[in-house]
Design a protein around this ligand. Structure first.
Ligand code: PGA
Length: 243
């Protein structure tokens, strides 16, 4: 795992953009594993700006998102499909048929099976990740097995509270209690992993990920066993590291 400490969110987004664009430029048919949440917004802004000013094309790129809330239709204003559409897809030249977000509605087990099959057919070149305050990646909450594949999961209280604060106008009761998420082994199968962590709320999770032995108590610690994982961490998120 390569750990890069940068000053702040802007620098983290700049550097993440460099990693992402390198993959897109070197392979115009790349499969991108994408993430939602507050963290990747700066990166997506840079991808949109670059597309508009430099013409970087996504016409043949395919995308695969990590997760989706259970029970939210893709058009729901808080769905992760909608997030991706608003922050990235609508402003680049990607073919929407090539964008994939797990479905949180309908037969959830069938959706999991279909997503696993899709991931098997489409190996991911770069998987973008945020990290939860409790160390989750995707919606793989603490306790999730490292060999897990796409599955249905109950969200931890902290995850729901963090997401209520950031996205549901503070209305905890509106945050779904369950989700569908790529499993840890799906994430580990990506050729490259790019994790971004910013802010003090992530500092405890970063210590566990970096300084402790891999354990299901901190799902992100699985990444220590990934052969090509870059973690971009700002000073606030790195503030509790011992060295
Ligand atoms: P955040 O979420 O980017 O909104 O902090 C990250 C995550 O929960 O994976």
């Amino acid at each position: 795992m390569e750990l890069i400490i940068v000053k702040n969110y802007e620098e983290a987004s700049d550097l993440a953009f460099e990693h992402m664009i390198e993959v897109v430029k070197s392979n115009p048919k790349a499969n991108l594993g994408l993430a939602t949440g507050s963290t990747p917004i700066g990166l997506y802004d840079r991808m949109v700006k670059d597309h508009q000013t430099n013409g970087t094309s996504y016409k043949e790129i395919k995308t695969f998102n990590l997760d989706e809330y259970f029970g939210l239709d893709p058009q729901h204003e808080q769905s992760y499909y909608r997030f991706m559409y608003e922050h990235l897809f609508k402003d680049i030249d990607i073919n929407l048929d090539n964008t994939h977000v797990p479905s949180g509605v309908g037969d959830i087990q069938e959706n999991c099976n279909q997503y696993n099959a899709l991931l098997k057919e489409n190996p991911i070149d770069i998987q973008l990740l945020g990290i939860g305050g409790n160390g989750h990646i995707g919606f793989n909450e603490p306790g999730t097995a490292f060999d897990s594949v796409t599955h249905y999961i109950e969200l931890k209280q902290r995850t729901r509270e963090d997401n209520a604060r950031l996205f549901f106008n503070g209305h905890l009761e509106e945050v779904p209690t369950h989700a569908i998420t790529m499993g840890i082994s799906n994430i580990m199968a990506a050729k490259k992993v790019l994790l971004i962590a910013c802010g003090e709320n992530k500092a405890d999770a970063i210590v566990k990920m970096v300084e402790e032995e891999p354990s299901v108590d901190c799902p992100a610690s699985a990444l220590k066993n990934h052969p090509n994982c870059v973690c971009i961490v700002d000073e606030a998120a790195a503030s509790k590291l011992s060295k």
